[in-house]
Design a protein around this ligand. Structure first.
Ligand code: UD1
Ligand code: CA
Length: 454
């Protein structure tokens, strides 16, 4: 069956009270509409077609080639939105899946059930379309599903057009349909604008019934079809999606001690037997290996963490930790920080744009920026790379097995050689060669430690 998918997303989203188009609001790591695109994509051969209007350029810039686009310049209703894609209904299309760009919690599995229902009824030449319905206590804002005494669907009546009796109906229209393409093509021009001048897609039910055609329905879970119109609903959708992501990780072998306080973007990967303690935000393209302990209270963004690492009360951004590295409590890895295998970084340390070689230890109160540090270096408490002279950044290089005394200031550019040592409180303004000890302010080489001495 050749199926195409339309996602309606041209509306303004006034109730979000936002400069940002509604469907681009971020939701656990992806813009809202990307969730919708990803849910339909596996069910069709081509790319989903997004009907864009308000914020068109922004929506297209964000989704890029995840979708195709059709413009609805003026928002004259859901029926009108589908009409804009009429040209796409030709050329051997059998079925047209229609959904919204503001229903991010709708799962692929549920859309697949709708397609299944359509396929099962396809041998009936009277079939016009299949659609989802939902039963919920609060029907506000939804079209009501009106059925005949024999149970067959008769019409969808919009909230504003309901009689007092129809108002009591609790079976509602989520707005998700699978149409027979040729019937849809023939029927769209028959939609008559409402009193307010809107073309209701929902009028197609009564139209089909009047022609003696069949409309079949299947119920969807409530949580999946709550569209997002306000930021309250945005938070509700986020809660549903968040729970799903946490469950996926737990079922794949990750221990999440307190799901209620754990926030993991959809884009994050975590290996088995890793434990995530309460209060963590794992975001962006973060990848965490197996057997790690993450948290409590840590934020990790776009960071690669290898197996067996330990992160406690820390913030990591665009950084990397090799196997068995540790940070925290209260560490900060900034862009380009790379802790080699088994590196230990203790409390109140900050590393930016620097590599710390395997086995290096930096226990307390240090800042390391623009540095290249060898293996098994001991970085004493309070060490600082003075990497910025007010105009530009300069580099610090420390050779393997060096010992940097507490409170050393390394005034970059500067190199401390292999096995070299600095005394407590040294202000190192000139290179220290391999094996030398430098001490004092400004630091000078301790006699008897330099290979260069006569
Ligand atoms: C629509 C349905 C209603 C259903 C409800 C579920 C109609 C006439 N009514 O109502 O039965 O219960 O959705 O949420 O279809 N859109 C466009 N172009 C337009 C108008 C809307 O692209 O001209 C898009 C919007 O961006 C949005 C979606 O279609 O994503 C739904 O539009 P909305 O105005 O929220 O429809 P409702 O009036 O809520
Ligand atoms: Ca709506």
């Amino acid at each position: 069956m050749n199926t195409i998918a339309l996602l309606l997303a041209a509306g303004y989203g006034k109730r979000m009270k936002s400069e940002l188009p509604k469907v681009l609001h971020p939701l656990i790591g992806r813009p809202m509409i990307e969730w919708c695109v990803r849910a339909v994509a596996p069910l069709i051969a081509g790319r989903p077609v997004v009907v864009v209007g308000h914020g068109k350029a922004q929506v297209q810039a964000v989704l890029g080639d995840l979708a195709d686009y059709v413009e609805q310049a003026q928002q004259l209703g859901t029926g009108h939105a589908v009409m804009q894609a009429a040209a796409r209904l030709d050329g051997g299309v059998d079925a047209v899946l229609v959904s919204y760009g503001d229903m991010p919690a709708l799962r692929s599995e549920t859309l697949a059930q709708l397609l299944d229902l359509f396929v099962r009824h396809r041998s009936d030449p009277a079939l016009a379309f299949a659609m989802l319905t939902v039963v919920r206590d609060n029907p506000q804002g939804f079209g009501r599903i009106v059925r005949a005494p024999d149970g067959r669907i008769q019409a969808i009546v919009e909230d504003v057009d309901c009689t007092p009796e129809q108002r009591l109906i609790r079976e509602l229209n989520p707005g998700v349909y699978c149409f027979d393409a040729s019937w849809l093509r023939a029927s769209l021009p028959k939609i008559v604008p409402s009193a307010s001048g809107e073309y209701y897609l929902t009028d197609l039910v009564a139209l089909a019934v009047a022609e003696g055609r069949t409309v079949v329905t299947v119920q969807a879970p409530i949580e999946e079809v709550d569209g997002v119109n306000t930021r309250v609903q945005l938070a509700e959708a986020a809660a549903v999606l968040r729970r799903r992501i946490l469950e996926r990780h737990m079922l794949a072998g990750v221990t999440i001690v307190d799901p209620a306080t754990t926030y993991i973007d959809d884009t994050v990967q975590i290996g088995p037997d890793t434990t995530v303690l309460p209060g963590c935000l794992l975001q962006g393209h973060t990848v965490i290996g197996a057997n790690c302990q993450i948290g409590p209270n840590s934020q990790i963004v776009d960071t690669a963490i290898a197996d067996g690492c330990w992160v406690s009360y820390s913030v990591l951004e665009s950084a990397r930790m090799d196997c068995g590295a540790e940070i925290g409590p209260f560490g900060h890895l900034r862009k380009g920080a790379h802790l080699g295998e088994g590196v230990h970084m203790g409390n109140f340390g900050e590393v930016k744009d620097s590599y710390l070689g395997p086995g290096t230890k930096m226990g307390h109160f240090s800042y390391i920026g623009n540095a290249d540090i060898g293996d098994n270096v001991n970085i004493g408490a309070g060490t600082i790379t003075c990497n910025y002279d007010g105009v530009q950044k300069a580099k610090t290089v420390i050779g393997k097995n060096a010992f940097i005394g507490s409170d050393t200031m390394l005034v970059a550019p500067v190199t401390v050689g292999t096995g070299a040592r600095t005394g407590a409180g040294a202000v190192v303004t000139r290179d220290v060669n391999d094996g030398e000890t430098a001490y004092g302010v400004p630091a000078r080489v301790k006699p008897g430690t330099s290979a260069n001495e006569g």
